[in-house]
Design a protein around this ligand. Structure first.
Ligand SMILES: O=C1O[C@H](COP(=O)(O)O)[C@@H](O)[C@H](O)[C@H]1O
Length: 239
């Protein structure tokens, strides 16, 4: 289990630090080389996206060559307030002026098979693939729910589901909206970096279980995939 846990007094401080680190990382990369990142949804993304836009005003960096994907999407139209893409479009892409060609949203409003094949082909066209055919994204941002779910990988899944090799798969979530599309564990595990933003009261127990060697939550399973993950949290692991 490989992770670094950084804790913050509140969501504002968490968002400030993650935005600062990510912008610094983007600033030092070679902009002629494609950089691939998967975003998540959830409450903390709003503060995080706002903070990126704010910090980028003071010290602008280039987003050339940065290609955006999603760790998960809810199967709703792209204008629906529940859409993870809708939040990113309003708070991140539009304010930063990110060209549409760099944004590969999951078409959750389409028929399931079409949405899945479109999402898989977009990600495979942009990212290098590992020997198992999984995309080696430069960075995956994840959130964590009160039950320890990450992306749309929920604790109720059976092991057989978790082991599925599909890059993206559709799931029925226990949390509304129920129909979702998510990266699988193997795709998350193939990423070069995983940054988990854990924010909001009520997540103390799930965080404690996730970082325990015997943890069974989806986040615990991600932390056992082998990559060095960073967890940025405004809650302390507890009961
Ligand atoms: O449903 C989802 O939940 C998680 C966590 O969200 P939060 O509001 O509890 O922070 C999120 O990371 C995921 O992308 C989203 O679809």
């Amino acid at each position: 289990m490989a992770y670094e846990l950084l804790t913050f007094a509140n969501d504002k401080e968490l968002a400030e630090e993650v935005a600062r680190r990510w912008l610094a990382e983007l600033a030092k990369r070679d902009t002629s080389v494609i950089y691939t990142v998967a975003l998540s949804g959830g409450r903390i993304t709003k503060a995080f996206f706002n903070e990126i836009v704010k910090q980028n005003k003071t010290k602008p960096i280039s987003f050339d060559g940065v290609y955006f994907f999603w760790a998960d999407e809810r199967c709703v139209p792209p204008t629906d307030p529940e859409s993870n893409y809708a939040v990113a479009k309003e708070l991140l892409f539009d304010p930063l002026g990110i060209p549409e060609r760099q944004v590969h949203r999951i078409r959750g409003e389409e028929r399931e098979l079409l949405a899945l094949s479109d999402a898989v082909s977009n990600i495979c066209n942009a990212a290098k693939l590992n020997a198992a055919g999984q995309p080696m994204l430069d960075l995956v941002f994840l959130g964590m729910g009160e039950d320890g779910h990450v992306a749309s990988l929920f604790p109720q899944e059976v092991e057989e589901e978790r082991q599925k090799p599909e890059i993206y798969r559709s799931v029925r979530a226990v949390k509304p909206p129920p129909q979702r599309i998510t990266l699988g564990y193997k795709a998350i595990g193939a990423a070069k970096d995983i940054w988990v933003l854990v924010s909001g009261a009520g997540k103390e127990k799930a965080l404690a279980e996730s970082i325990s060697p015997n943890g069974e939550t989806p986040l615990a399973k991600v932390l056992k995939l082998g990559n060095q993950a960073k967890i940025f949290s405004d809650v302390k692991p507890g009961r």
